[in-house]
Design a protein around this ligand. Structure first.
Ligand SMILES: *Cc1c(COP(=O)(O)O)cnc(C)c1O
Length: 360
């Protein structure tokens, strides 16, 4: 069977060469006589895998030396509570609400700290990134949280808020490695692996060392204390060994393609192909204005629910799958993560043109 054009928002498409390498190494990893899944996480062969994975990520993201990299579990959603449990000192934090994941982060955060809602785009069903009024930032905030790319609503921050000395904490689950980011601008970055880095089950945390104090809110489990994991190089307990190995293969793949800058160029090309067509089509239109458009999750509608459904069905028959938009937005969403080949976007645009002709 042929592989499909997979526009899934997550878990998502992985590079074929990565899957093939994992397949080739599945029964006997580099002469060890066993699969990565079957070896002790404390064996030399596995220690080399995790060290290499971290080193490649540090290289492709140019992560400064005063940042720790941790491979954790519990998904990006676990970070919604881990962050306030670890960073709350003054008991107030700034949050921006730009979509469903940001809403969940706020909901969870409010169980541990006072929340100052700096800005929100809820008034227009999150179809834009709000402007910031700096007078609304709290001076004594413990951190400032953003959801940098909004997977469901198809928006992204193209500029970061200037938070001064307040650490900027960013949920990059759906845009990590998609564009070049200056890590030193952030106190902390976190991302579930299953969108742009590998299989579900791993969450990557990149955290400035001075924020890893070990001082937490009372009764915080040791497992939810960043220091536990930082001090043990993500080996306090059994880490998600196979997922980390696969993420390492993806990082190598990004590096071999020319790094994140090269990735960004391809992503911009892919997104432009689809957005340009959406802007000229008389049937389809993008749900997000030009300034705030995501490079990774492209949301669009026909304006007619039945026609949307017909499109999604016929696209699937033509080998283009997972195009149905999230229920709170409706319409369609094409996720164009790093591993989605440009050929898939070209096929989609051709198919949309044909569909538009046939359904005028
Ligand atoms: C998918 C996603 C999450 C949730 O990730 P889990 O690993 O399922 O907890 C959080 N934030 C963003 C931006 C996402 O895209």
């Amino acid at each position: 069977m042929e592989r499909v054009h997979n526009f899934s928002a997550g878990p998502s498409v992985l590079p074929v060469s990565v899957l093939e390498k994992a397949q080739k190494e599945l029964l006997n990893f580099e002469g060890s006589g066993m699969s990565v899944m079957e070896m002790s996480h404390r064996s030399k062969v596995y220690m080399d895998i995790i060290a290499q994975t971290e080193a490649t990520l540090r290289e492709i993201m140019a992560i400064p030396n005063n940042y720790k990299v941790m491979f954790l579990q519990g998904g990006a959603s676990m970070q919604f509570s881990m962050i306030p449990m670890n960073l709350s000192k003054n008991g107030i934090a700034d949050y921006v609400n730009t979509g469903q994941w940001a809403t969940k982060a706020i909901e969870e955060g409010s169980r541990y700290t006072k929340i100052n809602l700096v800005a929100s785009s809820e008034d227009k069903n999150f179809n834009y990134i709000p402007e910031f009024d700096k007078s609304k930032f709290s001076k004594d905030a413990d951190f400032f949280h953003i959801s940098q790319n909004n997977t469901i609503f198809g928006t992204r921050f193209t500029e970061l808020p200037d938070t001064g000395n307040v650490p900027l904490v960013s949920d990059m689950s759906s845009n990590i490695l998609s564009e070049v980011f200056d890590v030193s601008k952030f106190g902390m970055i976190y991302a579930g692996a299953q969108k742009n880095m590998g299989p579900a089950g791993v969450v990557v945390v990149i955290m400035r060392e001075d924020l890893i104090t070990g001082e937490t809110l009372p009764n915080t489990p040791l497992m939810l204390n960043y220091k536990t994991h930082a001090d043990n190089d993500s080996m306090y307990n059994t880490p998600p060994t196979f997922g980390i190995y696969l993420a390492g293969l993806v990082y190598k793949w990004v590096k071999e393609l020319g790094g994140v800058a090269a990735m960004q160029k391809i992503n911009e090309e892919k997104a432009a192909l689809l957005y340009d067509y959406l802007d000229e089509s008389s049937m389809f239109s993008a749900t997000v204005g030009k300034k705030d458009r995501s490079l990774m999750n492209i949301t669009y509608v026909t304006g007619n629910k039945d026609l949307d459904d017909k499109f999604v069905k016929e696209a699937e028959k033509a080998g283009m799958v997972n195009l149905k938009g999230y229920r709170s937005v409706g319409g369609m969403r094409a996720s164009t993560y790093n591993a989605l080949p440009i050929e898939s976007v070209k096929a989609l645009v051709e198919f949309m043109k044909k569909f538009e002709m046939e359904n005028k």
